[in-house]
Design a protein around this ligand. Structure first.
Ligand code: PEP
Ligand code: MG
Length: 573
């Protein structure tokens, strides 16, 4: 039966593929006895062998997709799966108490995991998670249950999940994963942001997609309208193929602007930069004609690691970005962990409101050791390009002052150690907490630039969790109250002779962008895939028109009124 489900359009494009459900599988292990020990031992050997084969495939894929260092994690997993001592103890248990192999494996592997956990050495402690991970795979085979493992996908699919963490999203292989649909999330949840940088269509916040599809169902994912069509008719498929072709035609028109300057119809230059999550994303920045990087979210460097990246590892990543962008401006943001981003190796307290919690700069100012490692790496990389360091989640002037003291300490340390670093790196802050926007005139005296983070600024201004689809109607980038707040920030920065950019998703929104330019925003940083469309849109309007448009928007009352007004204006051009 044909069925349509509505969600939040999170990444443009249309995909028509089979469903792959990515979900946490519950393993029901009982302590049932077996009668045929011989057969149970055979089953055990078979489950271990299949798991080892799978792990080898994952290992090789990781080596190609990431690097040898990451692949080595799976060498360790293979070793655990093949460990003769674990196997011997499981066999002994099956032999002596005739218990089923899944139960025996769970008992023995948990004993090993707890032994690792009780060790004094941090490295050994972390091996407990590896043992549990491998055991889960083997036990799933013993129970005949399929684990849904994104790394094992080897045909073109649309991934359907309750939610995807940013690290789940990072693991998706673009060759096979043609799009994803989730139950929860909003346009600014990090999985949505990553979908845009992976350039795959996505819909989030459908609430019930998992209840409506099974593995192998054909679905149409319309990332432009935020609609999923389940088991479509041939007619429906043809209709969406035509819609996709139309979209691709538009993309082709925008792509002609790749080597053009970003200028308005009356010749005002605008800076269009990109948001990235890793050095690999630079390729897409260049491909899409980005004029620099307005936000490098460094937390992904931490999230794709099984321990804190060292100073040298970070230095290499930052240097790569700076060198590949040949003296274009690069804004690198210090660690913004917390909210919907976690590190497996950094235990954090459970928080009732993680987006209002101990995250980003708040955490770094407590963990000066981590903060200094990153700042030293940044200062060292600064000699390779035009580096701007940016602090996230600033709420007070004292936080900025403290962060700058730590930065200066790092400079002193590097100087004493005779290590080359840049003394001319610019320092700025994200304006994403209303308290900072309101006091922007004071902050402007102490930093070199502002970048407005509307993903958070909107959630804090409207008191609406960016991950909660029930309040997603309060994600109101065109609301005049937000526009006035943004105007205050831009005006305050210009008064002190510094620039204001925007790296929240609003910067790449085709209705918001002309208003923002009219308000005087200096730099727009967005998903690389939105750059050419924005350059095209700006080329159709004059700066004068955009200023007038912005002035009117500030006098309106609602998000909807602004939207209707701007849509009319743009269409009229
Ligand atoms: C923002 O809050 O607008 C932003 C760019 O940062 P993040 O989405 O990583 O919180
Ligand atoms: Mg933010």
């Amino acid at each position: 039966m044909l069925m349509k489900i509505k969600g939040i359009a999170a990444s443009d494009g249309i995909a028509i593929n089979k469903v792959f459900r990515l979900e946490a599988v519950i393993l029901n292990i009982t302590d049932a006895k077996v009668t045929n020990v011989e057969q149970e031992l055979k089953k055990l050997n078979n489950a271990i062998a299949v798991s080892v084969t799978e792990l080898k495939v994952i290992r090789d894929k990781t080596a190609i997709k990431l690097d040898e260092e990451h692949a080595m994690i799976f060498d360790a997993h293979i070793q655990i799966a093949e460990d003769p001592e674990i196997a011997r103890q499981v066999e002994d248990m099956i032999n002596s108490s005739m218990v089923n192999s899944a139960h025996a494996f769970k008992t023995v592997s948990e004993m090993f995991a707890q032994m690792f956990e009780s060790m004094d050495n941090d490295y050994m402690k972390e091996r407990a998670a590896d043992v549990r991970d491998v055991a889960r795979r083997i036990i799933a085979h013993l129970l005949g249950v399929a684990l849904s493992d994104p790394t094992m996908i080897n045909e073109e699919v649309i991934v359907v999940a309750d939610d995807l963490t940013p690290s789940d999203t990072a693991q998706l292989d673009r060759e096979f994963v043609k799009g994803f649909i989730t139950n929860i999330g909003g346009r600014t949840s990090h999985s949505a942001i990553m979908a845009r940088s992976l350039e795959i269509p996505a819909i989030v916040g459908t609430k019930n997609i998992l209840d409506s599809v099974k593995n192998g169902d054909l679905v149409i994912l319309d990332g432009l309208a935020g609609e999923v069509i389940i088991n479509p008719s041939e007619e429906e498929v043809a209709k969406y193929k035509a819609k996709n072709a139309e979209f691709l035609e538009k993309v082709a028109v925008w792509s002609k602007f790749v080597n053009e300057k970003s200028v308005t119809l009356d010749g005002k230059h605008v800076e269009l930069a990109a948001n990235i999550g890793s050095p690999d994303d630079v390729e897409s920045v260049i491909k899409n004609g980005g004029e620099g990087v307005g936000l490098y979210r460094t937390e992904f460097l931490y999230m794709n690691n099984d321990d804190f990246p060292t100073e040298d590892e970070q230095y290499i990543a930052y240097k790569m970005v700076l060198e590949s962008l040949k003296n274009k401006k690069v804004v690198i943001r210090t660690l913004d962990i917390g909210g919907d981003k976690h590190l497996d190796y950094l235990p954090m307290d459970e928080e009732l409101n993680p987006f209002l919690g101990h995250r980003a700069l708040r955490l770094c100012l407590e963990r000066i050791d981590l903060f200094k490692t990153q700042l030293r790496a940044l200062l060292r990389a600064g000699v390779h390009g035009d580096l701007h360091i940016m602090f996230p989640m600033v709420a007070t002037l004292n936080e900025v002052r403290k962060a700058k003291v730590v930065l200066n300490e790092c400079k002193e340390e590097l100087k004493t150690e005779g290590i080359k670093y840049s003394d001319t790196v610019k320092v700025g802050i994200m304006v994403e907490i209303p308290a900072v926007a309101i006091l922007a005139d004071q902050f402007a005296k102490e930093v070199d630039f502002f970048s407005i983070g509307t993903n958070d600024l909107i959630q804090y201004s409207f008191a609406a969790d960016r991950m909660n689809q029930k309040v997603s109607y309060l994600y109101q980038p065109y609301n005049p109250s937000l526009l006035r707040l943004i105007k205050m920030v831009i005006d305050a920065s210009h008064k002190e002779g510094i620039w204001t950019g925007m790296c929240g998703e609003m910067a790449g929104d085709q209705i918001a962008a002309p208003i923002l330019l009219g308000l005087g925003l200096d730099e727009f940083s967005m998903s690389a895939t939105s750059i050419l469309q924005t350059r095209y849109s700006f080329s159709k309007l004059t700066y004068k028109e955009m200023k007038e448009m912005a002035e009117t928007c500030l006098t309106l009352g609602t998000h909807e009124e602004v939207q209707a007004f701007v849509e009319n204006k743009i269409k009229g051009e």
